[in-house]
Design a protein around this ligand. Structure first.
Ligand code: PLP
Length: 391
């Protein structure tokens, strides 16, 4: 008997199709990065509550661009603190830029970095904390913000999984020096592929635009800076001054038009996701599944289905049952669980003592996520939970 509960449903709507069709009917059509991208960046900044946003072609590109930017701006300190439960590109971007990743176990109640563990890892070499707000949960506290500020450690927020979640009624992604978003299909909203780098710092904004487009000076859109660079490099063609080794991370007008259209429904969709989430928590069997999450300000695009006990037998029955009923799932929650167990990290992080990472290891072996999308009805949640509770 197939029940069918996908991870995501209808994240691209008829209204998006209409917006794209309208774009294609324009005269003198430009589809590469142009006015629509600028408009989407402006609207996104307004929605988030930051001054500047830079639209890129994925959340991973946002990660890599952000850490590349830190490398250009800050030469002295070499360590970046990271969670063990995050997406692979957060860690890759740190390694690929020559920083030392320093890992922290998670807080099981919000799946983000354990604050006490994080604070223990800070030392004079710590340049930044690259915090992931995992699956819609807030990973910030006022204490953490204050300490990082006092110690002049940069806060970088990865909000790729938490669009619209808040701390102290302010949107996540508006606290850090830089924040990153992803608009991949499975997230709160989509631009097919896409990401955003957000900041209140004009210098970072201009640098981010240059790094997005090959390190080209003219991309900064800062006339006086451009003039200065042209004068400094008289033997170069003024339109082709490449200041940094960089990337082509540009998105397109098509992505921007979809983003602009999806942004209109984001708050409404997020409200439904929050209501769904509460119903899941209310109905799930608390003895079998974890339900005591810190949900204040949270906004989850998926439901974290985490077993109470480390029980492989229960896990097998659950997986078989979910397969039987067509309930799509991912084990390991964000990014497949404990990143320290992944082969790509072996050359960089040696002799890991897994007993120091017990909480993320529980998620690694006994944590899942299942879909929580706006078209998911309360009735379907009731049926779904009945199946899960029957194990
Ligand atoms: C926390 C986090 N960071 C970064 C990314 C990368 O985003 P993208 O898939 O758009 O490259 C993801 C993707 O799922 C993510 O969950």
């Amino acid at each position: 008997m197939k029940f069918i509960h996908p991870l995501m449903h209808q994240n691209f709507t008829y209204s998006d199709t209409r917006a794209v069709t309208k774009l294609f009917k324009e005269k003198n059509l430009i589809l590469t990065q142009s006015k629509k991208v600028k408009k989407f960046e402006k609207k996104w900044s307004q929605w988030l509550g930051v001054k500047y946003s830079v639209f890129v072609n994925s959340g991973s590109s946002a990660n890599l661009l952000t850490i590349s930017l830190l490398k250009i701006l800050y030469k002295k300190r070499k360590e970046i603190i990271l969670p063990t439960l995050t997406w692979v590109s957060d860690i890759n971007s740190v390694i690929q830029n020559g920083f030392k990743p320093v890992f922290v176990d998670i807080n099981p109640n919000n799946l983000c970095m354990d604050e006490n563990e994080l604070l223990k890892k800070i030392n004079k070499n710590t340049l930044a904390v690259f915090l992931t707000h995992v699956q819609g949960f807030n990973g910030l506290s006022q204490n953490l913000i204050n300490i990082l500020k006092k110690k002049k450690i940069h806060l970088i927020e990865d909000v790729c999984e938490s669009h619209g979640a808040t701390f102290n009624n302010k949107k996540l992604g508006s606290f850090g020096k830089i924040s990153n978003f992803s608009f991949y299909y499975a997230h709160h909203m989509s631009t097919i592929e896409g990401g955003m780098v957000c900041t209140n710092d004009k210098k970072i904004y201009e640098l981010a635009k240059m790094l997005r487009s090959h390190g080209m000076v003219r991309e900064s859109n800062n006339a006086s800076f451009e003039r200065k660079m042209i004068n400094k490099n008289p033997k170069l063609s003024p339109k082709f001054i490449f200041l940094y080794p960089a990337y082509n991370f540009r998105n397109t007008e098509v992505g921007a038009v979809i983003g602009l259209n999806q942004l209109k429904s984001l708050n409404k969709n997020n409200k439904k996701r929050k209501d769904n989430f509460k119903l899941f928590l209310k109905l799930l069997d608390k003895k079998k599944f974890k339900t005591d999450f810190e949900i204040k300000g949270s906004c989850n695009y998926a439901f974290p289905l985490i077993l109470r006990k480390a029980d492989f037998k229960f896990r097998n029955i659950l997986e078989n049952k979910m397969k039987k009923y067509g309930i799509e799932y991912r084990r390991g929650n964000a990014g497949g669980g404990n990143q320290l167990r992944q082969p790509y990290l072996k050359p960089y992080v040696k002799n890991v003592n897994f007993t120091n990472f017990k909480e993320v290891d529980h998620i690694h072996f006994f944590g899942y996520y299942i879909g929580n999308y706006p078209s998911l009805s309360f009735d379907k949640i009731r049926k779904l939970v009945k199946i899960l509770n029957s194990i």
